[in-house]
Ligand binder design. Structure first.
Ligand code: GLY
Length: 380
């Protein structure tokens, strides 16, 4: 296994080709659909408002940039156009605006300088900014899930990955307000979400009127005080991206602290369990998506620290991606559309446990792009 220096590991080209070939095969059925979880071997296609809508087109853009396969571009552009009904419909928008429009419109604009894509991404950034709670200094996560539900005070760690849309909007317009909101939210992440040991809360509830912290809540992890691995990965990567965009060392140090917690909790094959803090009688399913997200974040961290330290983050990132490739890849399986198996989307609700997830596939491909040292990273 190649783990030293920044030389491209020898298995990476093979993995890239297999990911590209399998995606081209999947494109025939999925087209401009919105896959989330592959249950029974075929990706279930969601409505466009679902938070995962950006990952398939994002992966198509990533593979298009290298291959110039027109059908990848056409499907990605068509997904973006299909999202207009969500953007213009307004009611179903929540903090996931960043996930959805960074990997569609920002990606399209970065690769093709498309003016319509720029306008869509700026609209999305404006809606995301409008979710900011000034007193609590957080971006509101969701809307009420049912009649009478009140979650105006809830913020979640996943939103660390939505901040890059706001940094992009400030750069693009020259108006610092967007990044002010992103930085205020990320300061709240450091203060209220990252525990002293580097583990991470999923949901923190604030009083939306006063801004005071009320409590932490259980979400997609096992319990409020457990350590949901995908949330850990969102924090690691989101903080590293905020350091990339701002140069604020508090974000770099926060990301490193989370990275050290994650790395010290990886099992022997380097792919995380779905929660790092489980009672002994709860099954330790893997969440391969957490591994893929963390690996891409660790590779960014490796680029951000000095040469004495880079290997601390790069070597485990390479080990995670190589394990995903060799032990979790469904490359030649005709009975499975997912690229990477054994993701866990929502264990507490019993949803999508031990199955491929589209964001696992996306971040695996993005991690390969980082290892290849080529291609645009859309969050940056
Ligand atoms: N809600 C984002 C996630 O499942 O990670």
């Amino acid at each position: 296994m190649e783990t030293t220096g920044t030389k491209r590991p020898d298995w990476v080209e093979e993995a890239w080709s297999k990911a590209k070939e399998k995606t081209l095969r999947n494109l025939v059925r999925i087209g401009d659909g919105f896959p989330h979880a592959s249950v029974g071997g075929a990706y279930a296609l969601e409505e466009p408002h679902w938070w995962t809508a950006g990952f398939w087109p994002g992966m198509l853009w990533q593979l298009y940039e290298e291959s110039r396969e027109e059908k990848l571009r056409e499907a990605a552009a068509s997904c973006e156009a299909r999202l207009d009904e969500v953007l213009d419909g307004y009611d179903r928008l929540d903090h996931d605006l960043g996930f959805m429009w960074t990997l569609t419109s920002v990606a399209s604009y970065k690769l093709r300088q498309d003016g319509a894509s720029r306008r869509r991404a700026l609209k999305a950034a404006n809606y995301l900014t409008a979710r900011f709670n000034l007193r609590g200094r957080y971006i509101r996560a969701w809307n009420p899930w049912f009649e009478g539900d009140d979650n105006a005070g809830w913020a979640i760690i996943d939103c660390a990955m939505n901040a890059p849309l706001l940094y992009w909007a400030s750069r693009e317009t020259g108006d610092p307000r967007y990044r002010h909101v992103a930085e205020a939210h990320m300061d709240t992440v450091l203060e209220h979400f990252i525990r002293p040991d580097g583990s991470v809360y999923h949901i923190v509830e604030f009083d939306p009127a006063s801004g005071q912290r009320v409590q932490a809540r259980g979400g997609q992890g096992y319990a409020a005080e457990s350590a949901w691995s995908r949330g850990t990965a969102w924090a690691l990567y989101g903080l590293a991206l905020s350091y990339h965009h701002t140069g604020n060392p508090a974000y770099l140090n926060g990301s490193k602290r989370v990275a050290h917690f994650l790395l010290s909790n990886l099992p022997d094959d380097h792919v995380p369990h779905w929660d790092f803090r489980l009672p002994p009688d709860v099954k330790k399913h893997r969440d391969s998506s957490a591994g893929a997200i963390a690996a891409s974040g660790l590779l960014l961290l490796a680029d951000q620290v000095g040469p004495l330290e880079a290997h601390v983050y790069r070597e485990p990132a390479v080990r995670i991606l190589e394990s995903l490739y060799r032990n979790y890849g469904a490359w030649d399986r005709a009975d499975e559309e997912g690229l990477i198996v054994e993701g866990t989307s929502h264990y507490p609700e019993g949803k999508n446990v031990g199955v491929p997830l589209i964001y696992g596939d996306f971040f695996f491909v993005e991690g390969l792009a980082r290892l290849r040292g080529e291609g645009t990273i859309f969050w940056e």
